[in-house]
Design a protein around this ligand. Structure first.
Ligand code: CP3
Length: 351
C-alpha cells in the first residue's frame, strides 16, 4: 500500500479527490481490544512502552480506516519533566497532587528534559514514522489548557483558581505562560525532529475566556509557539477547543496552517472569521454518534458539502470522541465520508 497523503494535502489547501478524515481522541476507548490492554496497563504505562504505544496508535487506522494517526500520549505527559507530579485517574482525568498556585511554585519549575524524561515518546514517534502508511500527527496541550489542570489540580468547570491567578497576579501568570511556552516549544521541536508529519496544539478549554482576556493573557504565548516552529515544513493545527467561536477572529496572524472548529460554528462562518489563509478541521458534534445511522449520514453530508466549498478541509468532530462511542458507527461514518466526498468532489469539478 502506498503512503496516503490526503490529510497533508488538505492541510496545505491542495486539491484532494477524497476528503481526509481522522478523529480527535480516536485511540480506542470504544474498542474492546483497547480496553483489554487497559486491563493490564494504565495510560502512562502504555506510553512508557514504545512498541505498545505504537500499536495502540495504529489500532484506529486499521479498524476505522482513518487518514491520519495521532500519537498515543496525553497533553499532561511533558509536565512531569518540569516538576509536576500527576496521575490520570479513571473517570476523572488528570489529577495533580501539588497544584501550582504561587510565584514560588512557578519559580521552582525546571526546564523540560526530553532526552531524559520523554525518550519513550520520541522512540514511539520513530517507530510510527517508519511503519505508518498515513501521516502521524503529534500534539501538545496549549498553555491555558495545561495551566487549568496544573492550577486547579483536576478537571474544572469554572477555572476559578486559574482565572484568580490570571486576574490577580498577571506578572506571575505571564511567568507561568512563559515557562509552559518554553516547555511546549522544546517538546514540539523534539517531536518534529523524531518524524511527526503534522502537529496539533489542543487548547480544549480556552473557550472559557472572554476574547479580551484571550488576547491579553494567552494569545501572545500561542503566537510565540507557532512562530518558533514556523520553519519546520509540516502542517500545524491549532484547535481552540469547545465554545471558542468568538475567539476565531483573533487567530488571523497565527503562523498555523489549520484551525479546528467546534460544532457551534458553521464552517462558512468559521472560514470568514479566521480568513482564507487557513484550512479548516471539524466540526460534527461527537454526540451525533448516539443517533441512528441515517441521521449521522445526513449531518455528515451537510458538513462535507460546506467543507468542500473551498480547498483545505479535513473531516473531524468538533471535540474528542467519548468512551461510549460505537466502533461500528465510527467505521460506517468513515466509509461514508470517503464515499460521499469522492462523489461530491467529482460532481463539483465537473460543474
Ligand atoms: O486522540 C487520541 O486518541 C490520542 C491520544 C490522546 C489522549 N489524550 C489519550 C487519553 C490525546 C490527543 C489526548 C489529548 C487530551 N488530554 C486533551 C485534549 C483533547 C480534548 O479532548 O480536548 C485533554 C483535555 C486531555 C486531558 C485528559 N486526559 C482528560 C480530560 C482525560 C480524561 C477524560 C476522558 O476524556 O477520558 C484524559 C485521559 C485520557 N487521555 C484517556 C486517553 C485515551 C482516557 C483514559 C485512558 O484510556 O486511560
Amino acid at each position: 500500500m502506498s503512503f496516503n497523503d490526503n490529510f497533508l494535502k488538505a492541510c496545505r489547501k491542495q486539491e484532494v479527490d477524497t476528503l481526509p478524515v481522522w478523529y480527535m481522541r480516536q485511540a480506542g476507548r470504544y474498542d474492546p481490544d483497547y480496553l483489554k490492554i487497559k486491563e493490564n496497563y494504565s495510560l502512562l504505562e502504555i506510553c512508557q512502552q514504545p512498541e505498545l504505544a505504537a500499536e495502540v496508535t495504529m489500532m484506529p487506522i486499521k479498524k476505522l480506516g482513518v487518514d491520519a494517526a495521532i500519537l498515543y500520549s496525553d497533553i499532561m505527559n511533558p509536565v512531569a519533566s518540569i516538576g509536576i507530579d500527576f496521575d490520570i485517574v479513571k473517570n476523572i482525568g488528570p489529577v495533580i497532587d501539588n497544584p501550582i498556585r504561587s510565584r514560588q511554585d512557578i519559580e521552582k519549575l525546571r526546564p523540560i528534559d526530553v532526552e531524559k524524561d520523554l525518550s519513550h515518546v520520541i522512540k514511539t514517534i520513530e517507530i510510527l514514522a517508519s511503519e505508518l502508511k498515513v501521516p502521524l500527527i503529534t500534539f501538545v496541550g496549549a498553555p491555558f489548557t495545561i495551566a487549568s489542570y496544573i492550577i486547579e489540580g483536576r478537571p474544572s468547570k469554572t477555572y476559578i483558581r486559574t482565572k484568580e491567578l490570571m486576574y490577580s497576579e498577571p506578572e506571575v501568570w505571564n511567568m507561568l505562560m512563559d515557562k509552559l511556552g518554553d516547555m511546549l516549544i522544546t517538546y514540539l521541536k523534539a517531536q518534529i525532529q523524531a518524524g511527526a508529519k503534522a502537529i496539533q496544539v489542543f487548547d480544549s478549554w480556552v473557550g472559557a475566556l472572554a476574547p479580551k482576556d484571550f488576547q491579553l493573557y494567552v494569545l501572545p504565548t500561542i503566537e510565540r509557539i507557532f512562530r518558533e516552529i514556523a520553519s519546520y515544513d509540516i502542517p500545524k493545527i491549532y484547535f481552540p477547543g469547545v465554545s471558542s467561536g468568538e475567539l476565531l477572529p483573533y487567530l488571523r496572524e497565527l503562523q498555523a496552517d489549520v484551525i479546528g472548529l467546534d460544532w457551534r460554528v458553521p464552517i462558512p462562518v468559521g472560514r470568514e472569521r479566521v480568513g482564507d489563509k487557513f484550512a479548516i478541521q471539524g466540526n460534527l458534534d461527537p454526540m451525533i454518534l448516539q443517533a441512528p445511522l441515517n441521521v449521522i449520514e445526513s449531518y455528515a453530508k451537510e458538513i462535507i458539502d460546506l467543507g468542500i466549498e473551498k480547498p483545505g478541509y479535513i473531516f473531524n468532530f468538533g471535540h474528542g470522541l467519548y468512551p461510549e462511542a460505537s466502533l461500528e458507527k465510527l467505521k460506517h461514518l468513515t466509509e461514508f465520508v470517503h464515499d460521499y466526498s469522492k462523489k461530491a468532489i467529482a460532481n463539483k469539478n465537473n460543474r
